[in-house]
Design a protein around this ligand. Structure first.
Ligand code: PAF
Length: 300
């Protein structure tokens, strides 16, 4: 069945009211509401988030909102694909219950909003360095969506690894009673992580794009299998950067962090990944598309 679409906050709240505090007939527990926040232009990765949400809740709300506050000057806010009808048709195939597609005015009575949701050090690295203010915009829109929908569960993709970490921090620091679920990256058959921005790739660039995932996988393998000196570690990073650049990417960053996005250096000079779960994170431009990917490495 096609999901019901709401464009304003009060109608959505009214529609969700009956679910709050209601017993689920089958199991006799409280009904649960899940939120899947998106900017639309949905692909199979988004549909996977909805499927996961359905496993954790009785009713699933998908928000579709191209959020102006998370785009910087000169970024693709104006050209970001807006495909509401096609999105709703796709959401019908996975039985999403409600779509919340507000206008900018409904979300931001005053733009830019004078109220800020800042995320501190975790947001000032990686994507936050090349997109200053981006995570402030994500923080405020996600906080607003949480307040509007008041979900029990919210599902975000692990492809945006830093975003997911920031949202978990937001939930902890603002005491939202929301279970945040990180959904595994969904990839095309050739390994490219699915993303709405993949459509900016030309046919040739699309052929090249899987190199990013391959390079991360190989680096992960080397990090896992070798007892590395600092020198060997540095060389691995240089070689991986060269491989990605030689394929035609312009690297924004390629970094290795602990899985909580801390430093992997045990002091300022020594590399030590013993007993640490680490994550390799990359952002790189291929033509007009800025692609993100990451790879977790579990070190035993
Ligand atoms: O990941 C996204 O699509 C966006 O950053 C989000 C979480 C929907 C906030 O606008």
């Amino acid at each position: 069945m096609s999901p019901i679409i709401y464009h304003d906050i009060s109608s959505l709240r009214e529609a969700l009211q009956p679910y709050r505090g209601q017993q689920n007939d089958k199991q006799g527990r409280q009904q649960r509401i899940a939120l899947v926040p998106t900017m639309g232009n949905l692909h199979d990765g988004h549909l996977e988030l909805v499927k996961i949400a359905k496993q954790h809740a009785d009713v699933v709300v998908v928000s579709i909102f191209v959020n102006p506050t998370q785009f910087g000057v000169g970024e693709d806010f104006d050209s970001y694909p807006r495909t509401l009808d096609a999105d709703v048709a796709k959401l019908a195939t996975v039985d999403a219950d409600y779509v919340f597609a507000p206008s900018i005015d409904a979300m931001y009575p005053v733009l830019p909003p004078p109220t800020a949701v800042l995320s501190g050090a975790i947001a000032n690295q990686l994507c936050g360095q090349s997109r200053p203010g981006h995570f402030d915009g994500v923080g405020i829109v996600v906080a607003k969506l949480f307040n509007i929908v008041q979900p029990d569960v919210a599902v975000f993709g692990q492809k945006d690894y830093q975003q997911l970490a920031i949202i978990k921090q937001l939930v902890r620091d603002l005491s939202y009673p929301i279970n945040i679920i990180g959904a595994p990256i969904v990839r095309a058959d050739d390994g490219l992580a699915l993303s709405s921005r993949n459509q900016y790739l030309s046919a040739n660039e699309r052929q090249v794009a899987p190199v990013l995932h391959q390079a991360l996988q190989e680096l992960a393998q080397s990090l896992k299998s070798t007892a590395l000196s600092q020198q060997a570690f540095d060389k691995l990073l240089v070689d991986t950067r060269t491989r990605i650049s030689d394929a035609g990417f312009v690297i924004d960053y390629l970094e290795i962090k602990t899985d909580e996005l801390g430093s992997i250096m045990s002091d300022s000079t020594t590399f030590n990944i013993e007993n640490k779960n680490i994550v390799i994170l990359v952002a790189a431009w291929l033509g007009r598309a800025r692609l993100l990917d990451n790879q977790l490495v579990v070190v035993n």
